[in-house]
Write a protein of this length. Structure first.
Length: 242
């Protein structure tokens, strides 16, 4: 007698490739933004100062930009992510109270939502009933459907702040590093910073599945343009002041 399988196994290629990147962890955006901002802003600051000041002033400006920028980025990221998380938690509390006070209405609301998506009314009501039997599961479902969030995967303010601080400091260090190692001209700092911009863009492309050369060249062009403009402005202002 043949045995009928009720559930077909997943295809191997589908099982191996059907995984997703962490898009809600709260670390990628501040890390990428911090590294790019550190590289571009400090390179632009140093080239702007280099157009009108001594080498010592350029180095001091770079170190000051690194320190101030890293702490500013970390504080800004922590505050913004914490505020966003507090707002989400407040909305979750509202939903939690509604589930406790009006469970039947919330269940009917969930059933209506599934019906609107094409599920047969009887099946939609049964699915909503089963999902609503567990309060925590019901909260998660309502949060996903109504707010578009996952209560168990909220971004961490501390992770965002640390990622932003570390990446900004690392990015801002690159233009300063040649001077700290004894360089007597600006061009090694510019070359190292531009190489860092390209590398950072290429690394980000590995995470986002974007073309590595396109992402790298895009960051290189943006950073190079910012540095060039500030150098010209620094030279012009320095000449005017002198």
């Amino acid at each position: 007698m043949a045995i009928i399988e009720t559930e077909a196994p997943l295809h191997e290629a589908h099982r191996d490739n059907h995984t997703h990147r962490d898009v809600n962890g709260g670390w990628l955006r501040p890390a990428v933004f911090g590294a790019m901002d550190g590289l571009v802003s400090n390179l632009a600051l140093m080239t702007g100062v280099a157009g009108a000041a001594s080498q010592q002033t350029v180095v001091l400006s770079g170190l000051a930009g690194l320190t101030a920028g890293a702490f500013s980025m970390a504080a800004g990221e922590y505050t913004s992510v914490a505020s966003q998380r507090e707002l989400v938690e407040a909305e979750l509390d509202v939903e939690r109270r509604e589930l406790r006070k009006h469970p039947a209405d919330e269940e009917a609301e969930l059933a209506a939502l599934y019906e609107a998506r094409g599920v047969e009314p009887k099946l939609a009501r049964e699915v909503a009933r089963q999902l609503s039997s567990d309060p925590e599961q019901a909260l998660e479902i309502h949060a996903r459907e109504e707010l578009g969030i996952d209560p168990s995967d909220l971004p961490s303010p501390m992770v965002a702040a640390v990622s932003s601080f570390g990446s900004f400091a690392l990015g801002a260090l690159l233009p300063v590093l040649p001077f700290l190692l004894g360089a007597g001209a600006l061009w090694p700092a510019v070359l190292l910073a531009l190489a860092g911009l390209f590398l950072c863009g290429a690394i980000v492309a590995k995470v986002t599945a974007r073309s590595w050369w396109y992402s790298g060249l895009r960051q290189l062009a943006l950073g190079g343009a910012a540095a060039g403009v500030t150098y010209v402005l620094g030279s012009l202002f320095g000449t005017a002041v002198g």
